[in-house]
Ligand binder design. Structure first.
Ligand code: C2E
Ligand code: MG
Ligand code: MG
Length: 607
């Protein structure tokens, strides 16, 4: 009749004889009956606490423990274990009372034939209830937890925020943070999906670590997290927590033995001023997060004026997709000069976006979004081709050959077919590799050192020049400088600006120039705006320059105009100076470029 081999029964009974009788009955149905007898409250509690029982069988009339108390204890210690009363004599009213209190059934000692079917039925019921509980727990896990990170999900977060809103009811402040991993798309593209998943899990753990008990962390899916900070009512305390998140997330992650450097951006909304319910707080934190993309600190607090820019940002994103389709991009070229000879030695191709009927849009605004959306790969290929074509066209028009520098974002650098792509573009445009220079930033050092080295080595072997752009603004510069086969360092504009600051006096520029010379690398300074900067650079041994002092980025035709004059014959340095300074706001004929005077003109940054 019964199918189970082992039955574990806890008897609450004072009569060994009665137990013997019941065991005989149970043994008919069960191969093995593991049992234990108790008849006091303490013994019952201990037995329930230390063992798991399939059923509790309790006598109704015990000298030291009545069935009601035994039932209550069973429910307290081990809710869900079937509790059956087996009694010699029990009144109908007592049975009803016991069953109302939660007893499963009552069996008379004079009719023990009912015992096995009753035990069977109750165990089946309890196992169904157990399965149901498990199913509920499972549903709960799926509905309220993120499968990848096991962190609470958005629904759970919403529930938490709603609970908090009920509790504080406008009386206390709290903050909601939306945290996004920067340039996350690179990881699945370059290291694969498993590594990306692992990165998300690790970042989630780090955020959780950095917050501790101060808040509640949820994973919103993909590369986004949210943090509910209950206790941070002061701006400084909030800032401290955010900085901890950012600091923790930039520490190198070790994924399958490889170091990966990530960073996060954070948007913050504060209750009640930035929103009175979850949707409003959440949307506003998201808006602030998306605008933090361009924030050097990596976080932004929401303010009302952001809604307009958030909307703008969204429109920008849509417009970018259209721009790619409708080819609304163009290139400007900024000349680079050799200070000693005064010659224009190259140009840097700089991307511009001209939506139809609108003004040019700065790459600072749209490159981060091209990277986020992955469109940079497509647009970057176009830039590479266009720049090579243009340089070849200048050469064919008889201009003196020069290099064209093309910026590569880290995502492009890590695309699998970068080397064949460069080779193909050079072959198709007919440009000799030595007239192409690729500008990479320190961000490429984000991961897979050996892949970076092999890509750089292949490009270098092809004859393409390699420059590190914005040098000194990234991390681990020195360690990889020795490893990576690059040819040139581009001193970032921020250090060039320091030259005019009498305190620092350009000490970093001097150090970078010395470092480059030491390593046998070329060095160029960008963002040169004043004659003082130019002269300082020259005396530090940095003889290549680019900046508004000499020329702003120009449309291709205007470069051709300048270079055209330069390309004819072999004019003296002074003459070059005169020609090449054409776009600057000054002109002194007959002196090397580094001695050109700009008066006090510092030209504001513009396209
Ligand atoms: P970058 O590669 O460091 O380019 C130099 C930026 O400094 C350019 O800004 C240039 O116009 C500006 N600049 C040059 N001289 C001066 C100066 O004397 N003073 C000031 N204030 N600024 C000067 P732009 O064109 O806005 O480009 C910004 C950044 O956008 C670039 O920085 C580069 O990182 C990125 N970018 C531009 N074109 C491309 C592209 O085709 N692909 C990729 N991946 N990134 C690009
Ligand atoms: Mg550049
Ligand atoms: Mg730069």
């Amino acid at each position: 009749m019964a199918h189970k081999k082992l039955l574990r029964v806890l008897f609450v009974e004072d009569s060994e004889d009665d137990i013997e009788l019941m065991l005989v009955t149970l043994h008919h149905a069960y191969g093995e009956v593991l049992h234990h007898r108790v008849d006091t409250e303490g013994a019952l509690r201990a037995a329930l606490m230390h063992e798991k029982w399939d059923v509790v069988i309790c006598d109704h009339n015990l000298p030291d423990l009545d069935a009601h108390a035994a039932l209550r204890i069973t429910q307290e210690e081990n809710k869900g274990t079937p509790f059956i009363i087996v009694s010699g004599s029990i009144e109908e009213a007592a049975v009803v009372a016991a069953m109302t209190a939660g007893a499963a059934d009552s069996v008379s000692k004079s009719n023990l034939a009912r015992l096995v079917p009753t035990v069977e039925r109750e165990m089946k019921k309890s196992s169904t209830e157990h399965d149901l509980k498990l199913a509920h727990a499972q549903i709960n896990r799926i509905s309220y937890y993120d499968q990848l990170t096991s962190l609470p999900n958005r629904e759970f977060l919403q529930h938490k925020v709603n609970q908090l809103l009920d509790r504080v009811a406008g009386q206390k402040r709290f903050a909601l943070l939306v945290v996004n991993i920067n340039r996350f798309l690179q990881i699945p593209r370059t290291l694969g999906m498993d590594a990306a998943n692992q990165a998300v899990r690790l970042v989630g753990m780090r955020i959780q670590d950095s917050i501790g008990d101060a808040g509640f962390v949820a994973c919103l899916g993909g590369d986004r997290f949210a943090v509910l900070l209950y206790g941070c009512t002061q701006y400084e305390a909030l800032q401290y927590q955010i900085c901890r998140i950012n600091e923790k997330s930039i520490e190198a992650l070790n994924i399958n033995g490889q170091e990966l450097f990530l960073s996060c951006r954070v948007g913050v909304s504060v209750y009640p001023e930035d929103g009175r319910d979850f949707p409003e707080l959440f949307i506003n934190a998201e808006t602030a997060m998306s605008l933090a993309r361009t924030d050097s600190r990596g976080y932004r607090f929401f303010n009302r004026s952001m809604n307009a820019s958030g909307q703008e940002q969204l429109e920008l994103e849509h417009a970018l997709y259209r721009a790619v389709k409708q080819e609304e991009f163009l290139l400007h070229y900024q000349p680079q000069f050799d200070l000693r000879s005064g010659r224009m030695i190259g140009v840097e191709a700089l991307l511009r976006w001209q939506p139809s009927g609108k003004e040019l849009i700065s790459p600072a605004r749209f490159i981060p979004m091209l990277e986020e959306t992955g469109l940079i790969v497509q647009v970057g290929e176009w830039v590479l081709r266009k720049a090579c074509e243009q340089n070849k066209a200048w050469q064919q028009a008889g201009l003196a050959p020069m290099t064209v520098a093309v910026n590569l974002s880290a995502i492009q650098f890590h695309q699998a077919d970068l080397v064949p792509l460069v080779r193909r573009v050079l072959a198709e445009t007919g440009l000799e590799p030595r007239y192409l220079e690729l500008e990479i930033t320190e961000n490429i050092a984000m991961h897979r050192e050996e892949v970076i080295i092999s890509t750089l080595t292949e490009l270098s072997a092809m004859g393409v020049g390699l420059a590190i752009d914005d040098f000194g603004t990234g991390y681990s510069s020195l360690s990889y400088l020795k490893l990576f086969p690059v040819h040139k360092l581009k001193i970032d504009r921020s250090f060039v600006i320091d030259i005019d600051d009498s305190e620092n006096g350009g000490s970093l520029v001097r150090a970078i120039a010395a470092l480059a010379l030491n390593l046998g690398l070329k060095v160029i300074a960008e963002g040169v705006e004043t004659a003082a900067q130019s002269s300082f650079l020259f005396h530090c041994g940095c003889e290549e320059v680019q900046g508004f002092l000499y020329s702003r980025p120009l449309p291709a035709e205007e470069i051709a105009g300048q270079a055209g004059i330069q390309g004819l014959g072999n004019p003296s340095p002074g003459e070059h100076c005169r020609i090449n300074c054409k776009n600057a706001r000054f002109r002194q004929v007959g002196m090397p470029l580094h001695e050109c005077s700009a008066g006090n003109q510092s030209v504001a940054n513009s396209l």
